[in-house]
Every structure is written in C-alpha cells, then in structure tokens.
Design a protein around this ligand. Structure first.
Ligand code: HEC
Length: 137
C-alpha cells in the first residue's frame, strides 16, 4: 500500500512544479540554456543590462529605428507607436500582463526588431536580459 501513495505524492509534486512555471519562465529557461551554451561566463540575466539594451541608442540597423525606444517609447510602462503610427501596448508586464506568454510571438518580434535596430539578431543573453527587465517592470 505504500507504493501507490509514494507515486501519488510524486505526481502531485511534479504537477505543482509544472503549474508554477508559466510560459515566461519556460521562455527564460530556454534562453538561459542557450546563453550558457554560448558562453561559459554566463551566470544569470540582469534587469540592469536589459534596461541598457532597451534605452541604448544603437544605430547599427535601419537609420529610422536606432533604438528599441524608437517604437516602444522611452518608458517601459508607456505605450509606444509603430512607424505607421499604430499604438503598441506598453512592454512592462506590470501594465501589460499578457506580454511574453507566446514563445513564437516573442521570437518573431525579437528577430524582426533586433534586425531593425542592431542589424543582426539578438543573442540569448540580450533577449533574456530584456525580458528580465520587462517582467520586473
Ligand atoms: C519599428 C518599430 C519597433 C522597434 C524599433 C522595436 N519594436 Fe519591439 N515590437 C514592435 C511591434 C509592432 C511589436 C508587436 C506588437 C505588440 O506586441 O504590441 C513588438 C513586439 C515586441 C516583442 C514581443 C512582445 C510580446 O508581447 O511577446 C518583443 C520581445 C520586442 N518587441 C522587443 C524589442 C526589442 C528588444 C527592441 C530593440 C532591440 C524592439 N522591440 C524594437 C515594434 C518595434
């Protein structure tokens, strides 16, 4: 009779763990695995570096979009605007709770926007830092 109880206990623990890790945590875990593979120096993502990326005037991509703030406004908690004048909801999770829940959407826009601003794709480190900043805003 002990065995089924142990199995049930294990199932409960596992499903609690799964319920705890939401889509954002899953995205961050995958990015952390990639960042570790990219560099042995990687320890963790930081909101500070994420904020720097968000605010930086990079200018190595398209001339009309030198920075993430070119479209997302210079505050994570404010709405932004596309080049065509269409509203972009704020990037900070505190004001836009549905952000960064869909891994495909996140990947698609990182690819597109990093190419526009930097002229290359963002690294896993840059993406993880950016998300860490926005999730903590
Ligand atoms: C040319 C305008 C523009 C620039 C510049 C821009 N973005 Fe965006 N970004 C958008 C639009 C439009 C969306 C999609 C609409 C939305 O999610 O509200 C978006 C969405 C995103 C998303 C997905 C959000 C989600 O909810 O999953 C991420 C991540 C993102 N941008 C990161 C960046 C980063 C990092 C930079 C700077 C390297 C940047 N963006 C620069 C226009 C821009």
């Amino acid at each position: 009779m002990i065995k089924p109880i142990m199995v049930m206990g294990l199932v409960t623990v596992l499903s609690m763990g799964a319920a705890h890790a939401g889509p954002r945590e899953t995205i961050l875990e995958a990015l952390a695995a990639q960042a570790s593979a990219d560099s042995a120096d990687f320890t963790e993502f930081t909101a500070e570096r994420g904020e720097q990326l968000f605010q930086a005037n990079i200018g190595t991509g398209k001339p009309e979009t030198p920075s993430c703030t070119s479209c997302h406004s210079n505050s994570a908690t404010n709405a932004g605007e596309t080049r065509a004048g269409k509203l972009i909801e704020p990037m900070a999770v505190s004001v836009s709770p549905s952000r960064y829940m869909d891994p495909e959407k996140v990947e698609k826009w990182f690819r597109r926007n990093c190419n526009s601003v930097i002229g290359r794709e963002c690294t896993a480190l840059e993406k993880g830092d950016f998300l860490t900043f926005m999730i903590n805003q």
